[in-house]
Design a protein around this ligand. Structure first.
Ligand SMILES: Cc1cc2nc3c(=O)[nH]c(=O)nc-3n(C[C@H](O)[C@H](O)[C@H](O)COP(=O)(O)OP(=O)(O)OC[C@H]3O[C@@H](n4cnc5c(N)ncnc54)[C@H](O)[C@@H]3O)c2cc1C
Length: 308
């Protein structure tokens, strides 16, 4: 059985950053990735808020650079899906994948997640061309224009309020006639003159010609179908964390995010969680990179203490 000091689950920005630091600290490192190195970065057209790229950087190009840099310092990288982990005794852990079983002294979980999709026509076609899942990432593209936000929870109101600092008007479209969001966020949104609401409406289709131009809505009370023009549509209907494979072994919140402290330590010794999978993550690329680095250094310190 192959044995490593560190096994990193997930080869997105957090996992690759962690791998860069563990290999440079001379820890033998395996990165396991099931879909594609870069994770969410790989499916992002242009990133404008990652430091060092004043003109922005294309997600696929950045993913290749991150992968190359981690590989260059000696990380073993394999395309395998992690099925489960087992704690055999401190510090021995096993990682079971679709192909093999590996032994680790520390595990860094960086399996991220994905924004839930509406799964209506046009959503995929206009993703990155008007349809977005991140106001902090893409709000700037819609300065002084009218946008819509879809959802009724904390994220929809929080990001909708953020957008009012940039855009002319935010219309929040919600399928119910009351919000799930916390009362304080509701009060703020109701008091904001740049926010209006369309209750009991759902999006049926995103429409446009090359870029998003309008959304087709259905009034759930009357079944009426109609279109409204919009430059941008921000979808906040949930985030699916990739933590089901942990099978409850590592404590998670109601959304599957893993609890970890400022050192990225979970409650299990030698097991760390970083990036979007972590409770309270800001779900930003820079944050995921920082988390990965912190997890790697915490893992290094843990192993150094064990060995001295
Ligand atoms: C369309 C889009 C645009 C964005 N734009 C911006 C932006 O402009 N600026 C910004 O700062 N942020 C942006 N973000 C957010 C940013 O990309 C993420 O916060 C960050 O990349 C998260 O990195 P991560 O490594 O934590 O998770 P992820 O990128 O989700 O990586 C997790 C990896 O783990 C793998 N994995 C999952 N489960 C398993 C398993 N069981 N076995 C093996 N591998 C597994 C996945 O395949 C994935 O590659 C955007 C996100 C999206 C989707």
């Amino acid at each position: 059985m192959e044995q490593y000091d560190v096994i990193i689950l997930g080869g997105g920005a957090a996992g690759l950053s962690a791998g860069l630091y563990t290999t440079r600290a001379m820890l033998s490192t395996l990165v396991l990735e099931s879909v594609g190195y870069g994770g969410q970065v790989l499916v992002t057209d242009i990133i404008e808020n990652y430091p060092g790229f004043p003109e922005g950087v294309k997600g696929p190009a950045l993913s290749i650079l991150m992968e190359e840099q981690t590989r260059k310092f000696g990380a073993v990288m394999k395309f395998e899906e992690v099925i489960s982990i087992e704690q055999i005794g401190e510090p021995i852990k096993l990682v079971n994948t679709s192909e093999a079983i590996y032994q680790a002294r520390t595990i860094i979980i960086a399996t991220g997640g994905s924004h839930r999709k509406l799964q209506v026509p046009g959503e995929e076609e206009f993703a990155g061309k008007g349809v977005s899942y991140c106001a902090v990432c893409d709000g700037n593209f819609f300065r002084n224009q009218k946008v819509i936000v879809i959802g009724g929870g904390d994220a929809a109101l929080d990001e909708g309020t953020y957008l009012t600092g940039l855009v002319e008007q935010v219309t929040i479209i919600h399928r119910r006639d009351e919000l799930r969001a916390s009362k304080i966020l509701q009060q703020r949104a109701f008091a904001n003159p740049k926010i209006d609401f369309m209750w009991s409406h759902v999006v049926e289709e995103f429409e446009g010609n090359g870029i998003l131009e309008s959304v087709k809505l259905r009034n759930l009370k009357t079944s009426e179908l109609f279109s409204i023009p919009t430059a941008g549509a921000f979808i906040y209907i949930g985030f699916d964390s990739n933590s089901a494979f942990l099978n409850g072994q590592v404590p998670v919140d109601e959304f599957g995010h893993i609890y970890a402290n400022g050192q990225m330590e979970t409650s299990l010794p030698g097991i760390y969680a970083c990036g979007d999978i972590r409770v309270a993550s800001d779900k930003q690329l820079g944050g995921a990179v920082g988390d990965g680095i912190t997890a790697a250094l915490a893992s290094y310190r843990y192993l150094t203490e064990l060995d001295t």
